[in-house]
Design a protein around this ligand. Structure first.
Ligand SMILES: Cc1cc2nc3c(=O)[nH]c(=O)nc-3n(C[C@H](O)[C@H](O)[C@H](O)COP(=O)(O)OP(=O)(O)OC[C@H]3O[C@@H](n4cnc5c(N)ncnc54)[C@H](O)[C@@H]3O)c2cc1C
Length: 353
């Protein structure tokens, strides 16, 4: 006789950042659910710095919907209260303005009223335990969220409640029967795929405009690094976690064979460390993962076109920390209240034929 099928209202597949935030929202809404996850080893959320940087790129452009996304960061404070762990830190991100062209661009943006809340006056007096450019631009209203601590603590919480199933489930094996979706010993009224970059390789979601970008980073101890700032000169150096740990990264690869740490990645990160004049330990923690990036640079949220009870919350790309709260709120309101998903993130009409 086979093992009995477990009946649930909702099954969340994947417990990275997306699955964690969605599960927490379901908990708040009193929705019966289980979370299935195979482990965090290759999870993007396990290696990310968790930086929210309102003004990005060489042209210092305001991030998409940043005002709204910053409001959404309050969910991390709620999670701090639930898990009794420090998750969110207000930081200032300092950008390199040593080139005159960068300084001009900075000043031009800062004089724009819609940018001024996010950009401070250039500084030439920054004192750090790493080599910094002589002139830097402070990006205000930035934050850093300890994503690894979040997903590991939330996992323990789910385990204690009996809501966590440690298993590997293939989304392509989902079948529809009697108003339920069946897979891996479960019969769920709805399934929400939050498997990050793994979803790119499924048949179920293969027609969405995935890109997938590999990133590598170092995590190690560095004495005297202030806990309220990050510095970006090509790569970031920023505080992370508790104590004196810092994060240095990340690389960006559109073409890669393996999702594991590479020698080429290590070389690039050591070069950056040398430019910062940091002595990185020989046995540094070297991290790698694939970010669930998307060709049209918008998250992928919504319902499968033919399997109506199957949903996706994915495509958080390089900005999961700020996009995660927004996307999970959109998804839950669509599922529970039948509200329209923000058309810019909705997967409807984004499948290729
Ligand atoms: C080097 C690097 C640096 C980054 N820095 C930042 C940053 O500073 N700020 C920022 O906002 N974002 C950053 N990101 C991006 C951020 O990590 C992602 O946007 C976000 O974490 C993605 O979360 P996710 O839950 O969608 O995916 P993931 O974190 O990858 O989680 C997916 C989960 O699904 C599980 N899973 C997958 N397939 C299965 C299966 N078949 N069965 C069961 N479980 C499964 C996995 O085990 C995993 O736990 C960075 C990413 C990288 C790689």
């Amino acid at each position: 006789m086979g093992s009995p099928t477990q009946q649930v209202d909702a099954l969340i597949l994947g417990q990275g950042l997306a699955g964690t935030l969605l599960s927490f929202r379901m908990l708040q809404a009193g929705i019966d659910h289980v979370v299935v996850d195979r482990g965090h080893k290759r999870a993007s959320s396990n290696v990310a710095a968790g930086i929210v940087n309102p003004v990005t790129g060489r042209r210092f452009v305001k991030a998409w919907k940043i005002n709204e996304l910053i409001q959404g960061l309050a969910i991390y404070e709620d999670l701090e209260r639930l898990l009794h762990v420090k998750l969110i830190n207000q930081i200032t991100v300092y950008r390199d303005l040593s080139e005159v062209s960068a300084l001009n661009q900075w000043d031009m943006r800062r004089n724009d009223k819609t940018y001024s809340a996010y950009m401070g006056k250039p500084r030439t007096d920054l004192q750090l335990p790493v080599r910094a450019p002589e002139r830097v631009g402070p990006t205000l209203e930035a934050a850093q969220v300890n994503l690894r601590e979040l997903i590991s603590n939330y996992r323990s919480f789910l385990r204690e409640k009996g809501y966590l199933i440690e298993a590997d489930i293939n989304i392509d094996e989902v079948t529809q029967q009697g108003g339920r979706l069946r897979v891996g010993g479960f019969a769920a009224r709805r399934i929400i795929d939050c498997t990050g970059a793994a979803a790119m390789f499924s048949n179920t979601w293969s027609k969405l405009p995935w890109r997938g970008t590999k990133g590598e980073a170092f995590r190690f101890s560095l004495k005297d690094m202030p806990r309220d700032l990050a510095l970006k000169v090509k790569h970031f150096i920023c505080p992370i976690g508790e104590g004196d740990e810092v994060w240095l990264g990340a690389t960006n690869e559109d073409y890669f064979e393996l999702d594991t740490p590479s020698l080429a990645g290590e070389e690039r990160l050591r070069e950056q460390a040398a430019a910062f004049e940091i002595a990185v330990p020989r046995h540094v923690e070297h991290l790698a993962a694939v970010r669930p990036t998307v060709k049209d640079r918008r998250p992928l949220v919504g319902q499968h076109p033919t399997i109506s009870r199957l949903w996706l919350c994915n495509g958080l790309g390089t900005k999961g920390t700020s996009l995660g709260p927004y996307c999970t709120a959109n998804l839950l309101q669509a599922m529970q209240l039948k509200k329209t998903i923000d058309p810019e993130i909705d997967i409807a009409n984004r499948f290729s034929v």
